[in-house]
Design a protein around this ligand. Sequence first.
Ligand SMILES: Cc1ncc(COP(=O)(O)O)c(C=O)c1O
Length: 484
Amino acid sequence: MKGNQRRAPLAEAVEAYAAGDARPFHTPGHKQGLGAHPRLRQFITSEGLRADVSLMEELDDLHHPTGCIAEAEALAAELYGAEAAYFMVNGTSGAVHTMMLAALSPGDEVLLPRNVHRSVFNGLVLTGAVPVYLPPVMDERLGIALGITTETVSRALAEHPAVKAVLVVYPNYYGVTFDLLSVTALAHARDVTVLVDEAHGPHLRFSEALPPDALSCGADLVAQSTHKLLGSLTQTSMLFRQGGRVSGEAVRRAAALLTTTSPNYLLLASLDIARLQMAVYGDDLVGRAVRLAEGVRRVVNDSPGLWCFGEEYMGRPGAEALDVTKVTVQTAWLGLSGRAAADILRRDYHIACELTDAYNVLFLLTLADREEEALFLAKSLKDLAIRHRCSPLERPHISLPELPSQAAAPREAFFAPSEAVPFPEAAGRVAAEEIAFYPPGIPVLCPGERISRELLAYLREVTALGLRVTGPEDVTLTTIRVLR
Ligand SMILES: Cc1ncc(COP(=O)(O)O)c(C=O)c1O
């Protein structure tokens, strides 16, 4: 590598400013901690407050970087094998929105699987692009959506020749990948841009035991959640670019539209340090996470009543390979929904999980975990299985409703006048709001879609399982907001 990956130029610039002798007559108002309330000082520490600085010449400009930010972004691009990297401080949602605004214009058709994260649906409102949904492969045994098949993409591209871009989630929340290499080749053959929400894959390139990452599969723009799985602070992400389909100017222009003019330098510096950490220790840390996760998986699969799928469950269309550091434990055979099992684990074993669904609980093993944490998780799950051996959960077959028909583009629906109507009266009306269950945050209904009776029945069923509803104004779903 050309750059010195052991340096963190952005973090160093912030440290140098904080340690310098400049008397602050500038923002932020607490003036590097001078005016901070003691509780804030205790919380952030004096060192942290001194480093909470902004907009100094020597700290560069996130919107037009030429100094330490440019250097830090170049090092990140080099590490990930991209042409350019962009530091993001509004989560991966911000990175996804930037990616969409850079590549899409109002009216452009974009192919996307229905199980994209809600940030993508919001991106449709921002861009005015029109979605063409791809059905993901559903897995009955797991009760979750997996990836998409190459055939589905091929058919959709043939049926919608004007499509401007394909936007996919890779891997999904549970670590399942699909054949992105073939999808990218198909799209590029038609000069269609490939946008990848790789929120759950910033660690993939650091272990050969993991599926290939999106940049090595040829994607044009890739949004990664550095904060979710690596060592940066919450809210920080990176966007990567390669190839000539989307220009660097288009990305900067989109980012400027969506990003504060006063980015937090603690957040930015944490991205720089997370990159350094991965450059120096990434292979060892991710290798350890893989080993520990496989150990937990073995114990789980030796515990009657529990099941954790692994690589052996992959190798078919829509489920090509698995990021094994995602440990999905099916608890339904113990007679426990994922949520019920998670509640017991939290209460009796002090274990907090990442996500639950009707049948499963998802645990993440990351660079942070040591033998001790993995053993504790494995032992607790084994104990849970012993204590709760009872008749399997009756699996209500939650048939996914037909994809709602689109009566208005998401952006059009967002700005149209609307009203709240009682739940049963929403049948036949056009939704003015999104309804999703979180996690994993996959919308069942999006603004602009027509509400059918089957969809209302589905919403009732899933709500009864106790999953948290997000999106609608009335989360009890007593009323639904529809277009007037
Ligand atoms: C696939 C996917 N994309 C994007 C996001 C948004 O990330 P953030 O919470 O950092 O905005 C999430 C969050 O869960 C996600 O799961």
